[in-house]
Design a protein around this ligand. Structure first.
Ligand code: HEM
Length: 349
């Protein structure tokens, strides 16, 4: 045994003490509760997406003549194809929900404040990439809704001042939906965004390791109670338990509500109802409430304000003298988010 140990040690010169030092980040006690450590959930679901995405890529063919038929083949003929396609779809939905919930916990615990401002900005980039990966994935199926959804999205891009026309051409690989569009969506969905997300998550985690997780004041904790616990094995076990629950949830959802396939895209027939996936309901309702130009410009301002929030929050606190101003703004924003999403979900058109 020691000969094998020595052989490994010589080739990988990392000592047990160094490994312990690397993994034993002290973690604040509040991370024992799952809603405080929601950051691990999108990371876990992202791995599920990569694995199931690779399996789907064996069969998916990104061209207007073949895409829909290849998805039908995966769903109806490939062994367990329906299951892996459904897991991919549900994991995407849960990943978006988990990123939003994780961002809300970071927001409401003010964990973006000094010195973690840059990690909030990296998180915002992760949110944008996650929404984009969902949108491009939805477009790959080449159903009526995915085709017309992509067309509407491209027209919205076009309304963005200055960069709009260029963004639309980059997305569609031309002025309008054409024979190169699907392979453009595919490369963005399966290569560019997953690589970007991986790099961003690595930088995100490096920042978390450098700063540690924000300490929260726990009024119920006794004075002499330890305020931290070990990352390994304690926190690792919490994350493993969350992973197990997610695996069961994903398998159940994929089996009870498997991914379906709507009618094939028909560029000559506009469907009566065009609806995006639920995570774009807010923007879609916003678009319906105002003119296209106003909706696009105001969305741009809201997204920019979200990116710059740590600094805006600092300014607002200084101006108002109210340390909890962000909580009140957060409550109003959350009600708006839920209200507009439910409103869009409730109406047929
Ligand atoms: C794929 C998406 C993401 C992954 C995998 C991820 C992962 C993580 C992990 C593992 C943590 C450690 C604490 C915890 O588990 O909550 C964390 C903390 C953090 N995340 Fe994320 N995150 C993502 C998206 C975001 C977003 C969208 C934001 C905000 C815009 C954000 C901002 C932060 C900040 C500021 C912290 C430090 C929190 C603290 O110190 O308490 N993250 N993230």
């Amino acid at each position: 045994m020691s000969r094998i140990g020595n052989w490994i040690q010589e080739r990988i010169p990392v000592s047990g003490a160094q490994l312990e030092e690397l993994t034993n980040e002290p973690v604040p006690n509040h991370l024992k509760r799952w809603w405080f450590c929601l950051g691990g959930t999108p990371a876990y679901l992202f791995v599920v997406q990569i694995v199931t995405g690779i399996l789907l890529a064996f069969y998916y063919q990104p061209a207007a003549e073949t895409a829909y038929e290849s998805v039908r083949y995966i769903t109806e003929e490939v062994t367990y194809g329906w299951f892996f396609r459904s897991i991919h779809k549900w994991a995407a939905t849960l990943m978006i929900a988990a990123v939003i919930l994780h961002q809300m916990r970071v927001y409401f615990t003010a964990a973006y404040r000094r010195p973690r401002e840059l990690n909030w900005v990296i998180g915002m980039c992760l949110l944008m990439c996650t929404l984009l990966v969902g949108f491009t994935g939805y477009s790959l199926v080449f159903e009526q809704l995915s085709y017309w959804g992509a067309t509407v999205a491209a027209n919205i891009c076009d309304a963005v001042p200055l960069l709009g026309g260029w963004t639309k051409r980059m997305l569609l690989a031309g002025e309008g939906y054409n024979e190169r569009t699907l392979s453009r969506f595919y490369i963005i969905h399966a290569a560019i965004l997953p690589t970007t997300i991986t790099l961003l998550v690595v930088v995100h985690i490096i920042f978390i390791r450098m700063h540690g997780v924000t300490e929260l004041q726990d009024d119920e904790a006794a004075e002499d109670e330890p305020k931290h616990f070990d990352f390994f094995p304690d926190h690792m076990l919490t994350e493993l338990a969350i992973g197990l629950v997610l695996m069961i949830l994903l398998s159940a959802l994929a089996t009870i509500l498997p991914a379906t396939l709507g009618p094939k895209a028909d560029p000559l027939t506009t469907p009566e109802v065009i609806k995006p996936e639920w995570w774009f309901y807010v923007s879609f309702r916003w678009l319906k409430l105002f003119s296209l130009t106003f909706a696009v410009i105001s969305t741009g301002f809201i997204v920019a304000a979200m990116f710059l929030w740590p600094w805006i929050d600092k300014l607002l606190r200084r101006l108002t003298g109210n340390e909890d101003i962000s909580v009140w703004i957060g409550i109003v924003a959350t009600f708006l988010l839920i209200g507009l999403t439910l409103w869009e979900a409730a109406v047929a058109h």
